[in-house]
Ligand binder design. Sequence first.
Ligand SMILES: *Cc1c(COP(=O)(O)O)cnc(C)c1O
Length: 392
Amino acid sequence: MQDWNTRTKMVHAGTRRSQYGEVSEAIFLTQGFVYDTAEQAQDRFIQTGDDEFIYARYGNPTVRMFEERIAALEGAEDAFATASGMAAVSGALISMLKAGDHVVSSRALFGSCLYILEEILTRFGVEVTYVDGLDLDAWAAAIRPDTKAIFLEGISNPTLEVIDLRAVSELAHAVGALVLVDNVFATPIFQRSLDLGADVVIYSATKHIDGQGRVLGGVILGTKDFIRKTVEPYLKHTGGSMSPFSAWVLLKGMETLDLRCRAQAATALDVATALDGHPKLARVIYPGLESHPQHALAMTQMDCGGTMLSIDVSGGKEAAFSVLNALKICTISNNLGDAKSIVTHPATTTHQRLSEAQRETLGITPGMIRISCGLEDSRDLIADFIAALDTI
Ligand SMILES: *Cc1c(COP(=O)(O)O)cnc(C)c1O
């Protein structure tokens, strides 16, 4: 399996067949497992083997298939699947940190990630320093000898700033801190975060990995030691484990993950190229465009510009709403990575909780629309945007 290429791994890695030899992965919708003898039960509680299970909160064959398949894709030693992306982010951080520890994080974060750092970790005595993710001097100044963890989103939401993962990892490793990357926007297809220096990679599987808006899921990837000794004890006892049904949906999602991500990224480039320079737009932000401030860096970290772009409509919120309401194909929602193209107005939805000053610092303007490109024909999407922009 090590030699297989990505698409082959996504169809076959981790497959476990029952005695019936089913073609499609089985859903083991069972909370628990029976033992042949009392002795076997005793033994399994002392040491649980790779193909042995006790209770679905601890592990389940369908969930294990998902973990092995995504670990094969990421090139990670091991993975722990969680009920949602946030269970993964909180599980990874809380399981490794204790009172008195210091964390450095980029400031531009998904709202719930910010909540974990700002409201929860600090309540338990963890100190968090925030930096502008693009400013390497700021990272260097914030990272201290006692820093335990670095947390960042490789590509920020919704402004699509690209952080230099190699450089930040070097600074972190010089003091022995672990680098945790929330890699949702870059996707496991386009960015090999572990090769770039990350120690732990986290996904909301709700996004591209499902890719069809059906279930919530998350995953933490890292060394066997980190996953089994630090993450697993925390998650199996606190209950953030993935359901077997969700694992099955996500296994099926992974079969087409590479195809979908590549098609969606090609569409994102088409749409960004077509809209770049449009007279009604102040800016088109897409890491795959040469006009993107970190375009060169993005192209060394990722295979392409990804599936997401943002546009800044001149005329602020009113103009942005006019575009959103006029779009016929793109749906207004807040998921991303879906087969359906989705548009989001961050200032009034996902980033509404922030103050106006905070939004301004992060570059989230009233005219900004985040676009997650789906699987539709890019020509139809471009026509949809051009017609909607004409309504301003
Ligand atoms: C969606 C998202 C999450 C949270 O994932 P859920 O599955 O919704 O819990 C975390 N980080 C990023 C960057 C996301 O886009």
